[in-house]
Design a protein around this ligand. Structure first.
Ligand code: NG1
Ligand code: ZN
Length: 550
C-alpha cells in the first residue's frame, strides 16, 4: 500500500475492529480503548501531514480520554502554538479514521496531494499519553503511524494534556515560551509562583493571617497524581499538598473533577474537615474544581470553573488598573455557567462577558478578541490568554523610566502572573497555582472566596436517545432549534419555576443528550431538569426507561 513515497508498513496490525463510524468531536476521538488502535495509527500519519502543511512545525498528539471511565480512551491533535486542531482538519481526521482498511493509503495519498504536500520527511510529531491501561499500546500504534508516514517523532511518555500543549508551543516558538521539557514546564510555573508568593516578604508586608498554605488534592487516580510530587518538591513550604486518589485506585472512579462537579459532592471515601481547602483534578489534569465543608453550616460548597474565573478576572482587573495601561479584559463562558456568576461578573466586576458554545476551542477563540481574555467552562476547564501586543506593552512599560514606580511594579507583577498561566489550554496544575497565589495575595480563605456570589441550585442530567443528532441548537446552545416544538415545551416548563433556566444539547464526547436546569431551589432545579429530560426522551427518541425524579 503506497502512501506518498512511503509504504504503509504495519497497517495489517492496525485494522478496524468494527465498522461503527467515529467522529472527531469537541475533544478529538473518544470511545472504548479497544476500538481505537486503527484510528490512532491513522492519526499518526495525519499528524505528519499536518506538520508538513505547517512547514515542518511540530504537531502534538495526546492519548487520553480525560474524565471518561478507565476503559475509554481518546486521541487529539495539538496545533503548533499549542492550540486545538484547526476546525477544517477535524473533518479530515474524521474522514481518514473512517475509510475502509483497504483505502487508507489512497485516502492519505489523496489528502497530501490536495494539500500540496510533497514530502513528509521533515514532519515532526511529539506525543504523550495518560495512565489508562490501553494507553501504552495505543502509543505504539501512534508511533507506528507516524513512522509509516516517514515523519520524525518523539515520545514524551506520561504527561498531562496541558503539559503536552505547553511543550508543543515551546518547540515551535524556539524556546521563547519556555523549555520544551517537563522540567522546563515546572520550572516556569513554579519560579513565577515562588516570585509572586515572596513579594509579601520582599515588601515587608504583614504576615498572612487567613490564608493557609495547605491544600487537599484529589488527583482522580490519573496522570496528574504522578506530577504532584514533582510540583511539591519545587514549592517547599509555600504550599503543602496532601494527595488523595494518588493513582493507587481506579481512574476517575467516584472521584475527580467531573464527579465532584456533576454529583455536587466530595469524592467517595475522603475525610473532609470543615474549612479545609480541597480540589479535584480530572484524569488528564486539564480541569480543576475546588470545594470545602463550611465551618458554620457544615455543608458542602463547590467552587467550580465559574468561581475560579471570577476570582481570576477580579484579581486581573485590579492589577491591569494598577499598570495604568488601557488593556481590555473580558471573560468567556458557556451556557453551563451559573446564572449568578454571569450576573456577578456583569454587575459587580463590571467585566464584559461573552457566551459561546461548549468546547474549549470556542472559548479560546472568543477570548482572543480581548487584550486579556479569561475563559472557563463551569466544569473547571479554563485559562487566561494575553495578546502579543498587550504582552509587548507590558514588557515595555515595566522598563520605562517615565512610568511611575507603582505602575512599573504592577506591570512586572502582571508579567509574572502571565508566566504562571499556561496560555495554550486549560491546565489544572497552572490553575491550582494561580488560585493559591491569588488567595494568598488577598489573604483569603476558601469561605471568603465563596462569598463572592451564591450559585443558583442546578442539576445536570443525561438522556439516552436513538440518534442524538436530532437535537440541534442555536444561540450558543441555549435554544433547541430541532426537533420542532421542543424549545416551546422547554419554555413552558421553565416558566413554572422562578429564576429558572434550562437547555439541552447533544454531547460531543458521549452518546447522550445533556440536560441542564437551574432554579431558585435545588428541589425546583431537580424537578425542572427531570421535566426537560422527559421532554427530550419523548420528543427525541429516548431509549430505555423514561427519566424519573430521584
Ligand atoms: P460534552 O460531552 O460535549 O458536553 C464535555 C464537557 C465540555 C468539554 C468536553 C471535553 C460539560 C457539560 N461538557 O463535553 O465542556 O470539557 O467534555 O472534555 O462539562
Ligand atoms: Zn480533561
Amino acid at each position: 500500500m503506497e502512501f506518498g513515497d512511503v509504504q504503509l508498513t504495519g497497517l495489517k496490525d492496525y485494522q478496524k475492529v468494527d465498522e461503527i463510524p467515529i467522529q472527531y468531536g469537541t475533544a478529538g476521538f473518544r470511545t472504548k480503548g479497544s476500538r481505537l488502535k486503527h484510528v490512532i495509527f491513522r492519526m499518526g500519519a495525519l499528524a505528519a501531514i499536518r506538520s508538513a502543511c505547517k512547514k515542518g512545525a511540530t504537531i502534538g498528539v495526546m492519548i487520553t480520554a480525560s474524565h471518561n471511565p478507565e476503559e475509554d480512551n481518546g486521541v487529539k491533535l495539538v496545533d503548533p502554538m499549542g492550540e486545538m486542531l484547526g476546525p477544517e482538519w477535524e473533518q479530515y481526521a474524521t474522514e481518514i479514521a473512517n475509510v475502509p482498511d483497504s483505502e487508507v493509503g489512497t485516502a492519505l495519498q489523496k489528502l497530501t496531494k490536495n494539500l500540496g504536500v510533497t514530502t513528509l520527511a521533515n514532519s515532526r510529531v511529539v506525543f504523550a499519553r495518560d495512565t489508562r491501561p490501553s494507553s501504552p499500546i495505543l502509543a505504539e500504534a501512534l508511533e507506528a503511524g507516524i513512522k509509516a508516514a516517514g515523519a520524525q517523532c518523539q515520545n514524551f511518555g506520561l504527561l498531562t494534556t496541558p503539559q503536552l500543549h505547553y511543550i508543543v508551543r515551546c518547540i515551535n516558538s524556539n524556546g521563547e515560551y519556555g523549555k520544551p521539557t517537563e522540567d522546563g514546564y515546572f520550572e516556569k510555573l513554579t519560579e513565577a509562583f515562588v516570585k509572586l508568593r515572596n513579594i509579601r516578604k520582599a515588601k515587608k508586608m504583614k504576615k498572612l493571617e487567613t490564608y493557609k498554605a495547605c491544600l487537599y488534592l484529589d488527583a482522580a487516580n490519573g496522570v496528574g497524581a504522578g506530577k504532584v510530587p514533582i510540583l511539591q518538591s519545587k514549592l517547599g513550604e509555600l504550599l503543602q499538598i496532601n494527595l488523595v486518589n494518588d493513582g493507587s485506585g481506579k481512574l476517575n472512579h467516584e472521584c475527580g473533577a467531573d464527579f465532584v462537579k456533576v454529583q455536587q459532592k466530595p469524592p467517595t471515601g475522603v475525610n473532609m474537615a470543615p474549612g479545609q481547602r480541597w480540589a479535584s483534578l480530572d484524569g488528564d489534569a486539564d480541569r480543576i474544581v475546588f470545594y470545602f465543608i463550611g465551618t458554620t453550616d457544615k455543608q458542602f460548597h463547590l467552587l467550580d470553573g465559574d468561581k475560579i474565573a471570577t476570582l481570576v478576572a477580579g484579581y486581573l482587573k485590579d492589577l491591569v488598573q494598577a499598570t495604568g495601561l488601557s488593556l481590555n479584559l473580558g471573560l468567556v463562558q458557556t451556557a453551563y455557567a451559573n446564572g449568578s456568576s454571569t450576573r456577578y461578573i456583569t454587575d459587580q466586576l463590571q467585566v464584559p462577558v461573552a457566551c459561546v458554545p461548549t468546547g474549549v476551542k470556542h472559548l479560546h477563540h472568543k477570548a482572543q478578541e480581548f487584550d486579556i481574555g479569561v475563559y472557563f467552562e463551569a466544569n473547571g476547564h479554563g485559562t487566561a490568554i494575553v495578546s502579543d501586543t498587550s504582552y509587548s506593552s507590558l514588557k515595555k512599560a515595566s522598563q520605562d523610566s517615565t512610568v511611575s514606580e507603582e505602575q512599573r511594579e504592577a506591570c512586572d507583577l502582571l508579567l509574572s502572573v502571565i508566566d504562571l498561566i499556561n496560555q495554550t489550554v486549560g491546565d489544572a496544575i497552572s490553575d491550582l497555582l494561580l488560585v493559591e497565589m491569588i488567595l494568598a495575595a488577598l489573604d483569603w480563605d476558601v469561605e471568603q472566596w465563596n462569598q463572592a456570589y451564591t450559585d443558583l441550585p442546578n442539576r445536570q442530567l443525561k438522556v439516552k436517545v436513538k440518534d442524538r443528532s436530532v437535537i440541534q441548537t442555536t444561540d450558543a446552545e441555549r435554544k433547541a432549534s430541532s426537533p420542532i416544538g421542543l424549545q416551546s415545551a422547554i419554555d413552558q416548563s421553565v416558566a413554572k419555576y422562578s429564576h429558572s433556566r434550562s437547555f439541552v444539547r447533544p454531547s460531543g464526547t458521549e452518546d447522550i443528550v445533556r440536560v441542564y436546569a437551574e432554579a431558585d431551589s435545588q428541589d425546583a432545579a431537580d424537578k425542572l431538569a427531570n421535566e426537560v429530560a422527559v421532554l427530550v426522551f419523548k420528543m427525541a427518541g429516548g431509549l430505555g426507561e423514561e427519566p424519573k425524579l430521584h
